[in-house]
Write a protein that binds this ligand. Structure first.
Ligand code: SF4
Ligand code: SF4
Length: 165
């Protein structure tokens, strides 16, 4: 009796295996083709690699207030502030982040930094390819996080932002 039960169980298992084997593949051709992340809602809320945003004039939104670093439970944000001057304006406020590093060896993607930011300067992007065998490459610098200058910016502003970037 147990032989029949075991044979039936094996047949049931194999039927699932064979059924799946002939279905079209659902795995994207990773890493050559990344494919979309499933579900628009999931994609919007996904917490990936951070982005430092610019305002509509191409200036950096970060004003070096350190609130994100203070809110970070992993202590993985490092900022050095500098003053804007008339000839060298990076953000629209008094100060800007001369150095802005996030150590992804320690970041837990909790989003507290995003919530703490008063200017919406730091946000989560959708980048997820952060794994590395070299821990030193896991420290992302401002240059790695800063978004491009907005397309369609008036030419005078764009030139100014490019010079300052
Ligand atoms: S997501 Fe969380 S752990 Fe990562 S930098 Fe922001 S506050 Fe820190
Ligand atoms: S990212 Fe936001 S919270 Fe962090 S220093 Fe810049 S302005 Fe302040």
């Amino acid at each position: 009796m147990s032989i029949i039960r075991n044979a039936a169980a094996i047949a049931k298992g194999m039927s699932i295996t064979l059924g799946e084997a002939f279905k079209p593949t659902e795995v994207e051709n990773y890493p050559d083709g990344k494919g979309p992340m499933r579900g628009a809602q999931f994609q919007e809320r996904f917490r990936g690699k951070h982005q430092l945003q610019r305002d509509e004039n191409g200036l950096e939104k970060c004003v070096a207030c350190f609130l994100c670093a203070a809110a970070c439970p992993s202590n993985c944000i490092y900022i050095e502030a500098a003053d804007n001057t008339t000839d060298h304006r990076i953000s629209s406020a008094e100060r800007y982040a001369k150095v802005y590093n996030i150590d992804y060896n320690r970041c837990i993607f909790c989003g507290y930094c995003v919530e703490a930011c008063p200017t919406d300067a730091i946000t989560h992007g959708h980048g997820f390819e952060l794994a590395s065998l070299n821990a030193t490459t896991m420290v992302m610098r401002k240059e790695d996080l800063l978004v491009q200058i907005p397309v369609g910016l008036p030419k005078s502003n764009q030139e100014k932002a490019e010079v300052l970037a």
